[in-house]
Design a binder for this molecule. Structure first.
Ligand code: TYM
Length: 329
């Protein structure tokens, strides 16, 4: 049996090149060697308020983007988290073995909580639900960007604690980061991670941005006061642009150096924009085809949930037995 992979994306905001390079691009590659489950984590999205109609639309858009990026539904499962109730069920059981102190020290929790007037309990429980997503399927490999590393460490801590309290139950999942592109920074502020929740227009390149918008955003990206690329003294803005280019092109370090050393920033931005557009245009074409096919995305999501529900339900049943909860005969 092939080892299992699980990963997810929140259907909040517009998917950007950080999400693509940090996660999706890697997912496509893994699907031929592993049994992959790719999840639209709508229960995570509602840990901060989402307009209901917008959220519903974003779920379908995200599923179509997974498909357009190259996730093949004959190879991989594409599913929505809330359509398999076992995610929420296991999350509750794991909540009961998770000390609150582990959750309050999560950096994403602290950053998100700072922005809210009242902090919903869901925001604190967020990483427990994420642990449930992964442990429910006994996933061995979790391909994510760098910002999820702490959540994955917590997942292992929760699994270990459960195993030591109730006996060996969960497999320890491993974090898989891409070699290049694990942390794409904002174009407007290269010291901040590119983020879906950031609304400034020059911050991120969205996967569905038209080519002229992509070009404009990249041309306006923050660099520094040097005139041209110096690999021995790279500022964060230029390093980010080179990183984006390398993650899309998959060029080696040597080829990057040979090509870009001494290049003026104007030319660098032009080449980065060309590379991003060359990759996103075909993806956008496929997206329009998929989104224009009535019923297709819903069918993929329904089949996805049906394929994984038996695995998820079997784990919940095993966990219930371990904990001494009632399992009807
Ligand atoms: P989310 O929706 O914030 O991001 C989805 C994926 O994109 C990666 N990512 C980035 N990679 C590189 N550079 C960036 N600037 C960047 N921004 C985001 C993220 O690391 C992620 O891989 N908690 C998760 C969703 C989740 C999940 C899971 C992931 C829920 N359950 C189980 C893995 C396994 C999240 O908020 O992702």
């Amino acid at each position: 049996m092939k080892p299992r992979v699980f990963s997810g994306v929140q259907p909040s905001g517009d998917l950007h090149i950080g999400n693509y390079l940090g996660a999706l691009k890697n997912w496509v590659k893994l699907q031929y060697d592993y049994e992959c489950i790719y999840c639209i984590v709508d229960l995570h999205a509602v840990t901060v308020y989402q307009d209901p109609a917008t959220l519903r639309g974003k779920i379908s858009e995200l599923a179509a983007l997974f498909l357009a990026a190259g996730i093949d539904p004959r190879q991989s499962v594409i599913m929505v988290q809330s359509s398999v109730p076992a995610h929420a069920e296991l999350a509750w059981m794991l909540t009961c073995v998770t000390p609150v102190g582990w959750l309050t020290r999560m950096t994403q929790y602290k950053a998100k909580a700072e922005k809210q007037e009242t902090v919903g309990d869901g925001l604190l429980q967020y990483p427990v639900l994420m642990a449930a997503d992964i442990l429910l399927y006994q996933a061995q490999i979790v391909p994510v960007g760098d910002d999820q590393v702490q959540h994955l460490e917590l997942t292992r801590d929760i699994a270990q604690r459960f195993n030591s309290l109730y006996g060996e139950t969960f497999v320890m999942p491993e974090t898989k980061l891409p070699a290049v592109g694990a942390r794409i920074m904002g174009l407007d502020d290269p010291l901040k991670k590119m983020s879906k929740s950031e609304t400034a227009s020059g911050h991120a390149v969205a996967l569905l941005d038209p080519p002229d918008v992509i070009r404009r955003k990249i041309q306006r990206a923050t660099t520094d006061s040097q005139p041209c690329v110096d690999f021995d003294a790279l500022g964060p803005g230029v390093a980010n642009l080179l990183n984006i280019f390398q993650a899309f092109s998959e060029w080696t370090d040597d080829r990057m150096r040979a090509h870009f050393s001494g290049m003026r920033y104007g030319r660098l931005k032009q080449e980065v924009a060309d590379m991003v557009i060359a990759h996103l245009e075909p993806l956008q074409r496929r997206y329009r085809e998929i989104a224009g096919e009535p019923g297709y995305v819903d069918r993929v999501l329904k089949e996805g949930a049906e394929r994984v529900a038996p695995i998820a339900n079997a784990t919940v049943e095993a966990v219930k037995r371990r904990m001494g909860l009632y399992v009807p005969c």
